[in-house]
Design a protein around this ligand. Structure first.
Ligand code: SF4
Ligand code: SF4
Length: 394
């Protein structure tokens, strides 16, 4: 078999695995692929500059969210991935530990982002926050974080008006423990507008995929023109490819098509698909600098047809004002997505446990379901919420 044909065979086989939901399950006990010639190995082919930070980042970066094998990070580095995104909360801090273990030998050649969540209803103290970041540094086995983000910001002014928090970030920068600051958000329509008027964000991490995010494109362009680095997350639009039979025989795998779709927007500097296994790394890296072709478009169309009324566009929020009980519909369904489709059971249960009880769907079984009538995509919202509450309540 020629090299080219063998490469195509590997890609189709990976495509089938993803289609059957097997690629993710290979993470436990999966062996590092045998050494291959450079010609046969997928490689990152394009690097961009992350806004005015000047950092060079690969177009396909590493989302270190549900990771159980630190060597997978090192394998990604060997294929050219140099930007790694994690968070204090992932795997209850073990995410940072794995990143530290996997990258310690190449720390000076890679960029690490981590995130710290804030409950703005509680008092934030500068010293305590600095201690949290220092604990992250220890877990990450490094003396600095390249990009430190506030995790899951809904309203940026809550963060930037908090003197203790801003003073902590200033201090950490002065001490060389943080190089750049930013935030992640599921409410980009508001927070990106706010980012235009703030000096705090040097990098932003936002949801963007082929089913969600068209409406934020002008804002992404504007923040990038301002010099803010832009990173796309949740690029697999719900990550349901593992259960869709219509994707098995597609010429281009869903994951590659979804990545290529995001890379088609030059206003994003990089994206962070979650890489939990060697096969994820190989498949996602192979999408670097690849334009979306007709076969990829067909794959995305097949995916959209199957999940259109199943996928909650988290940033849409149309149903929120319709609910008389102020249920956090999009957040609850997002946690359910982490549990059922992202292989992030531990993160999902922990995130749901932290949600205020009054925002949980506790009254949905006795409600007529105004949320469903408000949903433009026809989701069975009430049923989904009750199911999600069942699986996430422990
Ligand atoms: S079923 Fe009723 S209480 Fe539950 S989210 Fe929908 S509108 Fe709100
Ligand atoms: S209206 Fe539908 S898609 Fe939008 S947030 Fe609510 S459930 Fe999700």
């Amino acid at each position: 078999m020629s090299r080219m044909k063998r490469r195509n065979f590997i890609t189709s086989a990976a495509s089938g695995l993803v289609g059957l939901g097997l690629a993710g399950s290979l993470k436990a006990g999966e062996a590092r692929p045998a050494p291959r010639t450079d010609e046969d190995k997928p490689k990152i082919k394009k690097y961009n500059t992350l806004g005015k930070t000047g950092l060079k980042v690969p177009d396909v970066s590493f989302g270190a969210i549900s990771l159980f094998e630190p060597n997978v990070l090192r394998y990604a580095y060997d294929l050219g991935v140099t930007y790694f995104d994690t968070a204090e909360s992932y795997l209850r801090m073990k995410g940072e530990t794995y990143v530290g273990q996997g990258l310690k030998e190449v720390r000076d050649k890679v960029l690490i982002t981590t995130k710290h969540g804030q409950n703005f209803r509680q008092k934030i103290e500068k010293a305590a926050f600095i201690q949290r970041v220092e604990a992250s540094l220890k877990r990450l086995q490094t003396d600095h974080i390249d990009v430190a983000m506030i995790h899951n910001v809904d309203d940026l002014t809550q963060a930037t008006n908090n003197q203790e928090l801003m003073s902590a970030y200033d201090q950490l920068k002065k001490d060389g423990k943080i190089r750049f600051t930013g935030f992640s958000t599921h409410n980009a329509k508001q927070t990106l507008k706010q980012a235009l008027d703030s000096d705090f964000p040097q990098v932003v991490l936002v949801m963007y995929n082929h089913m969600e995010g068209k409406e934020i494109e002008p804002l992404v362009k504007a923040v990038r023109q301002k010099g803010i680095g832009t990173v796309a997350m949740k690029i697999f639009a719900g990550g349901m490819q593992g259960s869709l039979k219509s994707l098995v025989n597609q010429k281009t795998s869903y994951s590659q098509a979804a990545i290529r779709w995001v890379l088609g927007n030059p206003d994003f500097d990089t994206c962070i698909p979650t890489m939990s296994s060697y096969s994820h790394v190989e498949e996602y890296v192979a999408a670097s600098a690849q334009p979306l072709d007709r076969a990829g478009l067909q794959t995305l169309a097949a995916y959209r047809d199957e999940v259109n009324s199943l996928y909650c566009r988290v940033s849409c929020r149309e149903c929120l004002s319709a609910c008389p009980n102020n249920v956090a519909v999009n957040d609850v369904l997002r946690f359910g997505m982490y549990y059922e489709h992202y292989g992030q059971e531990m993160n999902a249960v922990a995130a749901y446990a932290e949600l205020e009880p009054e925002r949980k769907p506790l009254g949905c079984s006795n409600c007529a379901g105004a949320c469903e009538r408000a949903c433009p995509y026809g989701l069975k919202v009430r049923e989904r919420l009750l199911h999600t509450h069942d699986i996430l309540s422990v």
